[in-house]
Design a protein around this ligand. Structure first.
Ligand SMILES: NC(=O)c1ccc[n+]([C@@H]2O[C@H](COP(=O)([O-])OP(=O)(O)OC[C@H]3O[C@@H](n4cnc5c(N)ncnc54)[C@H](O)[C@@H]3O)[C@@H](O)[C@H]2O)c1
Length: 421
């Protein structure tokens, strides 16, 4: 099929590159001319394992442009993958969605054929039907359901393993406004062997939010259990193993630590809470999920202070700045509140991350960035904030290590303490 992808961030570019691999003709659109230039040159503007290889190998199937007209004229299906960043009040900013839909509509106005718009960005239940649909009809001067198709196809990929997640998903959810959109998406996803959940627009939107909120809740739950375990020196990881063998529970997302971050969980949990408040529906579980997560990072610093009561003028090493390993994404990384608290305590912060230092520098330009993980080890104490594989090769002997991510090798340190185990 001929596809256009609007927005070439983690979701858009992975979607585009994977569809190119599957033999489709893909045109990516982004307002960021630098990104477009890179993609055209076969260079990935983001760090995601295997993405650049796909861009290079399947270069004949994928191109990029800043021009909506070029993309819309040469495609039959458009995936909307722009960001939906958080607002201060917890809701999501639909500015990029609206700008983009207006441009898509404007281009579709003069096209004399049916075109399908698929919303892949994470939007609150009701958004596709109540906001995107009327905007599209207004700018395209066409009717959705007859002249145009509309669908909602949430993305569940995990950064770091995004290509694998896209190509081998657990399920594909397609919420469709009309039958033609449904048959078109069925055809597009024909080669996939996972279950295809066919549903309504708002159900698809809710499946995405409910999934992320549940996973965030699972982590906060095990963190709370871990905090309890620590009092009796119970190993929370043994507890997780014992629980996880129960098929109804499963072991995934039961690694206790300093909590969840990234571009999705915090934003999605906050957005659900904000929406619930708007419609005056109490969401006690979600609020507690968020509260546990907000409190968890400061526990690491609290433990550190047991060993070094005054952090003033000490050098504290931070291993890991990305919100999780195998990504350069620092959005809502748990390293952020920890660095913040260390700086508040007037400590000198020395940090290393294999991929995320450039992004972290934009937030904290003045802390010291090391050229290797080993350089961090000369600090007065070391905090482990992201579980990168390469940290397992470090020699922690003689060091003070407070671990937020359960790095087994760090247990050889002179003083070792985990945040909640
Ligand atoms: N990152 C993830 O792991 C992930 C997973 C599932 C779902 N999502 C959701 O997918 C959406 C995209 O997330 P992301 O992480 O890829 O975002 P991102 O911020 O990495 O990328 C968004 C891209 O859209 C571009 N853009 C903004 N306005 C545009 C416009 N008018 N026209 C064309 N391009 C425009 C930006 O320049 C940027 O390149 C969000 O709603 C997010 O919640 C993200």
């Amino acid at each position: 099929m001929r596809l256009s992808i609007i927005g070439t961030g983690y979701v858009g570019l992975v979607t585009g590159a994977c569809f190119a691999k599957l033999g489709h003709n893909v045109i990516c659109v982004d307002i960021d001319a630098e990104k477009v230039k890179k993609i055209k040159a076969g260079v990935s503007p983001i760090y995601e394992d295997g993405l650049e290889d796909l861009l290079r190998v399947y270069k004949d199937n994928i191109t990029a442009t800043t021009e909506y007209a070029t993309a819309l004229k040469n495609s039959d299906v458009t995936f909307l993958c722009v960001g939906t960043p958080p607002l201060k009040n917890g809701g999501i900013d639909l500015r990029f969605i609206k700008e983009s839909v207006q441009q898509i509509g404007t281009e579709l106005k003069d096209l004399n054929r049916w075109h399908l718009l698929v919303v892949k960005s994470t939007v609150l239940p009701g958004t596709t039907q109540q906001i995107i649909l009327p905007l599209l009809e207004q700018y395209a001067r066409k009717k959705v359901g007859t002249d145009l198709g509309l669908a909602m196809n949430p993305e569940f990929l995990k950064e770091g393993v995004a290509i694998k997640d896209f190509l081998e998903p657990d399920r594909i959810v397609i919420g469709c406004f009309d039958e033609k959109s449904r048959t078109t998406l069925r055809e597009l996803y024909r080669g996939f062997t996972c279950p295809l959940v066919e549903t309504t627009l708002s159900t698809a939107e809710m499946i995405k939010y409910a999934s992320n909120a549940f996973l965030a809740t699972k982590i906060s739950f095990i963190n709370e259990i871990g905090n309890l375990c620590k009092h009796l020196k119970i190993d929370a990881y043994d507890v997780a193993t014992g629980m996880g063998l129960d098929k109804r529970i499963d072991r995934a997302f039961l690694d206790s630590g300093i909590g969840w971050g990234g571009s999705c969980f915090p934003k999605d949990v906050n957005a659900l809470i904000a929406w619930a408040s708007e419609i005056k529906e109490p969401v006690h579980i979600l609020e507690s999920t968020r509260k546990v997560n907000n409190d968890q990072p400061s526990r690491l610093v609290k433990i550190l202070k047991k060993y070094i009561p005054s952090l003033k003028d000490t050098t504290i090493g931070i291993l890991g700045l990305a919100f999780k390993p195998d990504t350069d994404d620092v959005r809502d990384s748990r390293a952020i509140p920890i660095v913040q608290e260390l700086l508040k305590n007037k400590a000198h912060v020395k940090a290393y991350d294999p991929q995320a230092m450039e992004n972290f520098k934009k937030l904290y330009p003045t802390i010291e960035y090391c050229s290797s993980a080993r350089d961090v080890l000369s600090s007065d104490a070391i905090l482990i904030t992201t579980k990168w594989k390469e940290f397992a090769t470090l020699d922690f002997q003689g060091k003070i290590v407070i671990d937020g991510r359960r790095l087994e090798q760090a247990k050889s340190a002179k003083i070792y303490e985990g945040v909640c185990w």
